[in-house]
Structures are given as structure tokens and as C-alpha cells.
Design a protein around this ligand. Structure first.
Ligand code: WQD
Length: 337
């Protein structure tokens, strides 16, 4: 299939691009590089041996999206592009709603016009809000605690309604848990702007000496060691889930939701210890107050993805820690070398 990857220069998009090409598909990237770097495209060429067509566009721009669709003859779209910082979404909600919803609507309109019928969406476990219980199953109650999460949930609804109205449309909603790690080559990985919000990039920047110590947000949660528990998944496993999802969409109409997680919950301190052991580096940390909006525990029941998509996460936590560190240590300034 020929697949449009919006946000294909980002962390998850770039890893998915490699796995799609490995599986024999063709990828085209549309990205405005607002939160990614052009160097990603050179690295993707180096890793895949292919010149991946690239459109430096905002996918809310109707005219540019239309002319790209007119030219490319896509079979499918995977929509990664979007604003994704929780805190920023609380400060600038309208910017988040405008951007994340507009891009999706623009894509859906172009897909209808050019008869492109397969859509895979980057959703998030954040749509489960404060979980009633774990592990999280796809049918459980949803509800969000911040505008970023609401954009994900609203887009899930828009796509579900679009697929109900258009019997040719296939929609797969992928609810990601916590993607970490990097490509084992050490050539592509996560390159956050400024001080990282997420745990692993923070740890790797402490490890490289860019940040003095990790702040652990709370040690009084009802978990095995008091720190927050999450389902960390290797980004390459996650990328492979997209290959299965796009192939599933091609064969099945309507909407399906899948959790992409490992099913295993690790605490913040479990991650610190695993990182230290895997890479033989000490990570100094201090306990800080809980972070607003955080929950105690969040991990997936990944059974549906295994049974229906034939996909399962395979990488160990040790490899996730090693690959995160290889990327950071080989690229101390990210893509800015
Ligand atoms: C993981 C754990 C923190 C940083 C968020 C979004 C979600 C998704 C991914 C994406 C928690 C603790 C973290 C630090 C810490 N969004 N922590 N010190 O919060 O599960 O998910 O990112 O685009 O929608 O909500 O991930 O990596 O921020 O935190 O102690 O410096 O690490 O409290 O328990 P989270 P995270």
C-alpha cells in the first residue's frame, strides 16, 4: 500500500515509516517540522535505502493537502501529526482544539474526495482518564483530564461517526500507552524540545549530564513502591502495531479500537533501576510532590490487539533502556549535530 504518514518526521511516525517500508509498503511523509527536524528525513533514507517523498506542509492547509492527494494516489493515511504537550494544552486549549481537530477534518475531506478509505489514528491511553480499574480494556469508560486528551477523544468520535456514515471507510484507533526506546541503530529516537516532560527523555538527559537529577513525582501512590505505574512500550513494537493496523483496516470496514501496550506496569523507580542496570549508569533522583493530573496506575490489557491484529509487544524493558540510551549517547544534542 502507499501510505501517507502525517507527522511522519516525529518520534513514533519515523519509527513506523521504517517498519512499513520493511513490510513492503510505500511511505509518504507530510510534516510541518514544528516539533521535528529535517535531519530525520536523511536518517530515514540512510536506514531504509529509500528516498521517502516529503511534503513540508501543515495538514490543516486544505489547498496543500488537496494537491498532495491529487498527486500521490494514497491507499491509506496514518495520522500522527498533532500537538501533544499536556501542560501546554491546559494553557492554550483553543490552539490544541483548532490544530488537532482541523488537521483530522481536512484529511477526512481529502480522503472522501480522492476515495482513500483506510485511516489509522494515533490515539492515547489518556482517553481512559482516571481509570476505574487496571488493566484497561478497550470498552471501558472514557473521559479526559486535559484539553490534549479531549482532542484525542473528540477525534476518535469524529472518525467513528465518519466511518458509520461512509460504509467504505475503515478506521483503526490505536490507544498508545507509554512509548520509549529508540531504533536499535541509534540513528533515530525521541528529540523533545526544551526540558522533557516525559520520564525516559528526562532520565537520558540526566544520564548524559544535561540535567542534574530526576524529580520523581510522588512516592505516596497506592502502588508497590509508592511511585506511579505505567505501561512502557518499545517504540519499534509500537511501530509494528501500525503495520498490522493498516493491513487490518484494508481488509475490514467500520471502526475498531486497540490498546497498544505490553500489559505490564512498571513504577518510576522500577524504570530508574532498570535503566541503571541496563546501562551501568547511576541516575540521581529526589522525591518531589505529585504532578497535577497524574494517576497512580495505567497499563493495558493488550489481548484484543493480540487476538484480532496478531500483534504483541516483544521487547524487554532492558532493551528499551539500552536503546533509549544508545540514541541519547550517540546524539547528545538530538538531531542538532
Ligand atoms: C510517566 C511517569 C510521572 C517525568 C504522558 C501523557 C500521555 C502521553 C504520554 C503524549 C508518571 C513520572 C515523569 C518526571 C516523574 N502523551 N515522572 N518525573 O504522564 O504517563 O503520559 O505522556 O504524547 O497522554 O499524559 O508519561 O512519561 O510524563 O510520566 O516522576 O520528570 O513518570 O509522574 O508516573 P504519562 P510521563
Amino acid at each position: 500500500m502507499k501510505i501517507l504518514l502525517t507527522g511522519g518526521a516525529g518520534f513514533i511516525g519515523s519509527h513506523t515509516c521504517i517498519e512499513l517500508i520493511k513490510a513492503g509498503h510505500k511511505a509518504v511523509i507530510a510534516d510541518d517540522l514544528s516539533n521535528s527536524k529535517p535531519a530525520v528525513l536523511e536518517r530515514l533514507k540512510e536506514l531504509t535505502g529509500q528516498d521517502i517523498p516529503f511534503y513540508n506542509i501543515d495538514v490543516a492547509d486544505k489547498e496543500k493537502v488537496d494537491s498532495m492527494f491529487a498527486k500521490e494516489n494514497f491507499d491509506a493515511v496514518i495520522h500522527f501529526a498533532g500537538f501533544k504537550a499536556v501542560g501546554e494544552s491546559v494553557a492554550k486549549p483553543l490552539m490544541y482544539y483548532r490544530n488537532n481537530l482541523d488537521t483530522t477534518l481536512t484529511l477526512l475531506e481529502a480522503m472522501a474526495k480522492y476515495n482513500v478509505n483506510n485511516f489509522v489514528f494515533s490515539s492515547s491511553a489518556t482517553v481512559y482518564g482516571v481509570p476505574e480499574r487496571v488493566p484497561l480494556v478497550e470498552g471501558m469508560k472514557t473521559g479526559c483530564t486535559n484539553p490534549y486528551g479531549w482532542t484525542k477523544l473528540m477525534i476518535e468520535q469524529i472518525l467513528t461517526d465518519a466511518a458509520a456514515a461512509d460504509k467504505n471507510l475503515s478506521v483503526v484507533l490505536l490507544r498508545y500507552f507509554n512509548p520509549i526506546g529508540a531504533h536499535p541503530s541509534g540513528r533515530i529516537g525521541e528529540d523533545p524540545t526544551g526540558i522533557p516532560n516525559n520520564l525516559l527523555p528526562y532520565i537520558t538527559q540526566v544520564a548524559i549530564g544535561k540535567l542534574p537529577q530526576l524529580g520523581v513525582f510522588g512516592n505516596d501512590y497506592p502502588t508497590h513502591d509508592g511511585t506511579g505505574v505505567r505501561d512502557y512500550i518499545h517504540v519499534v513494537d509500537l511501530a509494528k502495531g501500525h503495520v498490522k493496523a493498516i493491513e487490518y483496516a484494508d481488509k475490514n470496514k467500520g471502526t475498531e479500537i486497540f490498546n497498544l501496550g505490553t500489559g505490564i506496569g512498571y513504577s518510576v523507580l522500577d524504570i530508574v533501576k532498570a535503566f541503571e542496570k541496563a546501562n551501568d549508569i547511576k541516575i540521581p533522583y529526589v522525591i518531589k510532590p505529585r504532578r497535577d493530573g497524574d494517576i497512580a496506575e495505567c497499563y493495558a490489557d493488550p489481548t484484543k490487539a493480540r487476538d484480532v491484529l496478531g500483534w504483541q509487544a516483544e521487547e524487554t524493558l532492558e532493551n528499551m533502556c539500552k536503546d533509549s540510551w544508545r540514541w541519547q549517547s550517540n546524539n547528545p544534542k538530538g538531531y542538532e549535530e
